[in-house]
Every structure is written in structure tokens, then in C-alpha cells.
Ligand binder design. Structure first.
Ligand code: UD1
Ligand code: CA
Length: 458
């Protein structure tokens, strides 16, 4: 039985008060609906039908090159959840299994869904229901004395007695497509909201003697939807804490699990230490014994074993070798490669450069479009002048070179291996290996020179 997932995402998301469609708002760095795609994808579906509203272009564009088998279905008019599901049905075979998910319920777990699908295969129809302390606004599950599901009543259509029921409909359900299609065709909108309620299929199926299955989620957050920014923030914190707990379980030392944000994928070796307020984005790999100081941002980077990144450093799209020392206050920009044992110190910016083994750039420098050999020492205040206003040029610094402080290397330029550049030089031509090169206005002393004095007023 092949699986078709239907994701409802036609809501306008007005309460977000945003120009961005609700399901594109990020949770842990990924659009809400992408979390749903990932949970669905884990079930190996044939297709994922996304029911979107008017103007779904932004949504489609965002996932144009995605790895998931997405199929876009427009619901031109928002006539209810039943009507939304109906839009996808012509694309689903009667003998398939259908799973209905919501684009704004991001933390649903594939384990819960697997369980739901097993039950739906057996029974024909199964729901995810939950017992919530606060059930206001949800559809309530009606059960017979023997506990069989008899129907769902929406908040707005419910009697006082029905409103006191704590078991709620999460909205997530799975059904054999033929069963779903049969009851969808019979939906009417004679209710408080004049909508075609997907939930009405449950009562009809029960009447026909279908023994409707139900599963409950592992935790409440799994089934919570996002309607406004406060709810989004709540789920973000929950998700981050879950990730922090998973990292600690793997042996990562987090100084405060409430003060780490992982917006992507973090892969860690053993005995990794992460201080407070660190943000990881994209795919980040940290080798054994890497330590990250407080207030760092690390984006799409690989940091090899034993490297220490000190406070307030930013590393993006870079590859840092083992046993390096980075920061505090270092900025490592994309396409940078730092080799074993190198030091990049405070207020040093490195862009699209390679820094060889054991080289040191410890203070206040800009190194861009440079190829720095091994064992190089770059003094404080060194600048590679890589940009002439139109093009970028390369600076090459050979192994063991020593660049005096406050040097400008005007690219394209090469400093040979073992060369020494005198402090304060502006280097515009290649500096030969093993020699001292400097460009410096000779120092003068004017003996007997007097400082000017203020003229006296008459
Ligand atoms: C729905 C359920 C309710 C359940 C609750 C869980 C129905 C009738 N009620 O109520 O039992 O407790 O979800 O949150 O199903 N959508 C469309 N097209 C439409 C209408 C809705 O795509 O025409 C999408 C929305 O974008 C949203 C989801 O379906 O993601 C739920 O719609 P919403 O109107 O919020 O349903 P509720 O009234 O909350
Ligand atoms: Ca509604």
C-alpha cells in the first residue's frame, strides 16, 4: 500500500502579522512546513501533496529544488479542512493510504505517524488525539460508553457538556484513500462556520461501523500548531531544549542547555564543550575536544579535534584544522581554510584565504584572498589590500615569512618564504625569499626644534 501525504497549508496566517506566509516562518532555522516535510519523508511516501492557498508562489519557489516528492495543489477558496483534503484526492489512488498533516504543526514525530499508519491500515481510519489540560478551541473526541470513537464536535458547534471533554482532535489522521474519498463526498457545510469539516468524516465512518483507531503523541508540543509569534517562540524553545538534551546525551558538555541554539545539524565528537549563548547554523561538525567559548556564531563549518574557539567569534563556511586557537573576537568568513595549530586572534578577519600549519595572525588584521604558508607570523595591524575597487587580487605569503606590524600588502603580491617585512611597510612589489624588505619614510630628528607657542593677545 503506497503512502500519500496531504499537508494542509492554505491558511493565511493573519495572526503572524507578516508578509511571509506562515508556514515559511523558521523554526530552528527551517521553515515550519519543512519540519513537516522531513517527518513525512521519513515514512517514505509516494508523494507529498501540499494544499496551498491563493498566491502559493513563494511557497513553491522556496522548495523548488527540494529532495522531497512534493506535489502542489491549490485550494482557490478556503472552504474548510474537508474541502482542502478533497483538492488532493484526484491525485491519489483508491488503494493507497492517505495521511493528513498540517503545515503549521511542525514538531510531529515520524514515530507517532508510523504508529498511526499501522492502525489506519488495520482499521481503515485512525486519528491522533490528545488529552490537553486546556482544550479550548479544539474539536472534541466523542466516545461511546465502551470507549469507541463516535465522532468529533468542533468547539463552535459543541454543547456545554461536550466542551468539558478533554480529549481533543489534533487534526492529524490517516485513512485508506477509498474510505476517505467515500466520506469526503458526503460532507455538508451546515455548521457554525459554514465550512466543510474534515472532522465530520469520523462520525459518518463510526455510523458505518468502522472501528476508528487513535494514537496519542509522545508530548504535547508534537501536536501544537503555530498561529502567532508567541506560539512559534514557545515551540522554538521546546525544540532547542530537546536538541540540547540530545547533545548532552551524546556526551557534549553544555554549560547551559537553555542557552544554545542549533538551527540546522550539529555533529559532535567526544568531550566537546560549548559555553553559553552559542548559535550553530547549517551543518556544523565539531571534532573531539573542541571547545566553543561564549557568544559565538558558527555557521556551516568544520572544526577539527582539539581546536579552541574563544568568546565572541564568528565562523562561517570555513574549515578549521585541529589544535587551532581562534578568537576571542575573530571573524572567519566563507571559503577559509585554517590548518593545524594555527592561531587567529582578536579582531582578525580572514576571508577566502588559506592559513597554513602553525601560522599566527594574532591581532587586528584583515587577511582576504590570501594564501598564507606554514609557520608564518603576521604582525598586528597587517592588511591585505585585496580590492582595487573593481577586482579582487591574491596575496601569497611563503612558509616561515615574518610580516612586521602595520604592513599593507597591496595585492597581487607575493612575499617569499622566510622573507621579513619591516613594520609599517606598504608592499606593492614582490618581496624576495629570505630577505628583509621594507618601505618606510626615513626617521628624522630636528635638533633644537621648538614647539609653537600661542600668540599673545594685545
Ligand atoms: C481543526 C479541526 C479541529 C482540530 C484543530 C486542531 C476541523 C474542522 N477542525 O480546527 O477539530 O481540533 O484543527 O488544530 O478540521 N486549512 C486549509 N484550508 C481550509 C481550512 C483550513 O488548508 O479551507 C488548513 C489551515 O491552514 C490550518 C489547518 O487546515 O493549517 C486547520 O485549519 P483551521 O481552520 O485552523 O482549523 P481549526 O478550526 O483550528
Ligand atoms: Ca476553522
Amino acid at each position: 500500500m503506497s503512502l500519500n501525504v496531504i499537508i494542509l497549508a492554505a491558511g493565511a496566517g493573519k495572526r503572524m502579522r507578516s508578509a511571509l506566509p506562515k508556514v515559511l516562518h523558521p523554526l530552528a532555522g527551517r521553515p515550519l512546513v519543512e519540519h513537516v516535510f522531513r517527518a513525512a519523508h521519513a515514512l517514505a511516501p509516494d508523494r507529498i501533496h501540499v494544499v496551498h492557498g491563493h498566491g502559493g508562489d513563494q511557497l513553491r519557489a522556496r522548495f523548488e529544488n527540494s529532495p522531497w516528492p512534493l506535489h502542489w495543489v491549490e485550494q482557490a477558496e478556503r472552504l474548510g479542512t474537508g474541502h482542502a483534503v478533497q483538492q488532493a484526492m484526484p491525485h491519489i489512488n483508491a488503494q493507497d493510504m492517505a495521511l493528513v498533516l498540517y503545515g503549521d504543526v511542525p514538531l510531529i514525530r515520524s514515530e507517532t505517524l508510523t504508529h498511526l499508519l499501522e492502525l489506519a491500515a488495520e482499521r481503515g481510519l485512525a486519528l491522533v488525539t490528545a488529552k490537553l489540560p486546556e482544550s479550548f478551541g479544539y474539536g472534541r473526541i466523542l466516545r461511546s460508553k465502551s470507549g469507541a470513537i463516535e465522532g468529533i464536535v468542533e468547539e463552535k458547534d459543541a454543547s456545554d457538556a461536550e466542551r468539558s471533554i478533554h480529549e481533543i482532535n489534533t487534526g492529524i489522521l490517516a485513512a485508506r484513500a477509498d474510505v476517505l474519498a467515500r466520506y469526503l463526498a458526503r460532507l455538508r457545510n451546515n455548521n457554525a462556520q459554514r465550512e466543510y469539516y474534515l472532522t465530520d468524516i469520523v462520525g459518518m465512518a463510526a455510523k458505518d461501523g468502522i472501528d476508528i483507531g487513535s494514537v496519542s503523541p509522545h508530548n504535547e508540543e508534537e501536536i501544537l500548531g503555530v498561529n502567532d509569534r508567541a506560539q512559534l517562540a514557545r515551540l522554538e524553545r521546546h525544540y532547542q531544549l530537546q536538541q540540547a538534551e540530545a547533545l548532552m546525551a551524546q556526551g557534549v558538555m553544555l554549560y547551559d542547555p537553555a542557552r544554545i541554539d542549533v538551527r540546522g545539524e550539529l555533529i559532535t565528537g567526544s568531550d566537546v564543550i560549548v559555553d553559553i549563548n552559542v548559535v550553530f547554523e547549517g551543518r556544523v561538525e565539531l571534532g573531539d575536544k573542541v571547545s566553543i567559548g561564549p557568544n559565538c556564531v558558527i555557521r556551516s563549518a568544520r572544526i577539527a579535534a582539539g581546536t579552541q574557539v574563544a568568546a565572541h567569534s564568528i565562523i562561517e563556511h570555513a574549515d578549521i584544522g585541529p589544535d587551532c586557537r581562534i578568537g576571542p573576537f575573530a571573524r572567519i568568513r566563507p571559503e577559509t581554510q585554517v590548518e593545524e595549530g594555527a592561531h587567529i586572534g582578536n579582531f582578525v578577519e580572514v576571508k577566502k584565504s588559506s592559513v597554513g600549519r602553525g601560522s599566527k595572525i594574532n591581532h587586528l588584521s584583515y587577511i582576504g584572498d590570501a594564501i598564507v604558508g606554514s609557520g608564518v607570523n603576521i604582525g598586528a595591524g597587517t592588511i591585505t589590500c585585496n580590492y582595487d575597487g573593481v577586482n579582487k587580487h591574491i596575496t601569497r605569503i611563503g612558509d616561515g615569512a615574518f610580516i612586521g606590524s602595520d604592513t599593507q600588502l597591496v595585492a597581487p603580491v607575493t612575499v617569499g618564504a622566510g622573507a621579513v617585512i619591516g613594520a609599517g611597510s606598504t608592499i606593492t612589489r614582490d618581496a624576495p625569499s629570505g630577505e628583509l624588505t621594507l618601505s618606510r619614510v626615513p626617521q628624522q630628528t630636528r635638533p633644537g626644534w621648538k614647539r609653537p607657542v600661542k600668540k599673545e593677545r594685545k
